[in-house]
Design a protein around this ligand. Structure first.
Ligand code: ZN
Ligand code: ZN
Length: 330
């Protein structure tokens, strides 16, 4: 079931920079970069290992293992897009308990950090997009917004503005608390042990190929796909909905991230469960799956803006590339 949500025709002011408009960021001296060496070495090691594994194991890996790695990657991605992003961060739909369990299990397959941290950082990102209060402020460059922000201490404004983020819903969610308590167990089992053991025991893949491709390479590639929304989707693409912000529409990224590349729209209407105006299609399989869950009643109160509101915002603030959604896509 979809709920048409008539929010303000100025959703960006509401959802992004209200606080920074009321309380402008003060000019500050250039920040001394403080590298978090342990994290920097940890992340670099994963990437070096991924390159080594590709060189060593690409030739002999079985096709079934490659397909399995893609499947595991997309399951994890569903946990990120439908789970921590659209459900936990934006509350763009409601989910029955069985679906919440599926979302959390899928999220563990992605092997990213704790739900609480993901939601907190992403709420901060929307509220203070591309300012010093944004943890991965794209104005600090492509590398910084992609992965560099994790390798250094956050800007003081990030810590200051953190206090304005309401996390009550997450802190009071018993399933999230359970997931957080056993975070490492779920992550190691679902992101690494199972994805590696299945190829070995189901189609006799060799240990090293399974670890190298289904474990390391799959994890690194899909983690970078998530990172690319913070970086590439704030750099290259069109702005049919709002030219006043950095996020852009980028179809290639939408395909790679199962529907998260329509980022200009998403920042304009973050409470839309589709994260896109057109809804479920091959560039947005996350929405297609959510629609299936809506059919059986596990996902409900799925929010979308009215066509009128989208038209108003696009005509007033867009770059002119917006066009009416064709009737067959509605
Ligand atoms: Zn963004
Ligand atoms: Zn978002």
């Amino acid at each position: 079931m979809r709920t048409k949500t008539e929010e303000t025709a100025e959703p960006l002011i509401e959802n992004n920079n209200k606080e920074s408009v009321e309380e402008p960021l003060k000019p500050q001296p250039p920040q001394k970069r403080e590298i978090l060496w342990a994290t920097a070495i940890y992340l670099t090691t994963w990437h070096v290992l991924a390159v080594i594994c590709t060189i060593l194991y690409w030739k002999n890996v079985k096709m079934a293992t490659i397909l399995w790695s893609l499947l595991v990657g997309f399951i994890g991605q569903f946990g990120v897009t439908a789970g921590v992003h659209r459900f936990y961060t934006h509350r763009s739909y409601k989910a029955k308990v069985p679906l919440q369990i599926i979302l959390l299990a899928c999220y563990s397959v992605a092997g990213q950090y704790r739900v609480t941290d993901w939601v907190h950082d992403h709420r901060l990102h929307h509220k203070f997009s591309d300012t010093d209060g944004d943890p991965h402020n794209a104005n600090r460059g492509l590398f910084f917004s992609h992965i560099g922000w994790l390798m250094q201490r956050g800007h003081p404004e990030v810590f200051r503005r953190s206090k304005t983020i309401d996390m009550t819903d997450i802190n009071n969610d018993p399933l999230v608390q359970f997931h957080t308590k056993y975070y490492w167990f779920f992550k190691i089992t679902l992101c690494f042990i199972l994805p590696v053991l299945v190829p070995i025991y189901c189609w006799n893949e060799s240990w090293m190929e399974a670890i190298g491709i289904s474990g390391v390479l799959r994890f690194v590639i899909f983690t970078n796909m998530t990172f690319s929304i913070n970086s590439l989707a704030h750099f290259w693409g069109t702005k049919p909905y709002d030219t006043r912000i950095r996020p852009v529409q980028n179809m290639a990224l939408a395909i790679l991230t199962t529907g998260e590349g329509w980022h200009n729209y998403h920042h304009a209407f973050p409470w839309d469960y589709r994260a896109e105006e057109y809804g479920g299609n091959m560039t947005n399989p996350t929405t297609m799956i959510l629609d299936l869950f809506a059919k059986i009643g596990w996902a409900y109160d799925c929010k979308t803006p009215s066509a009128d509101l989208v038209r108003q915002v696009a005509s007033k603030h867009g770059d002119g590339s917006w066009s009416e959604v064709p009737a067959e896509c509605k």
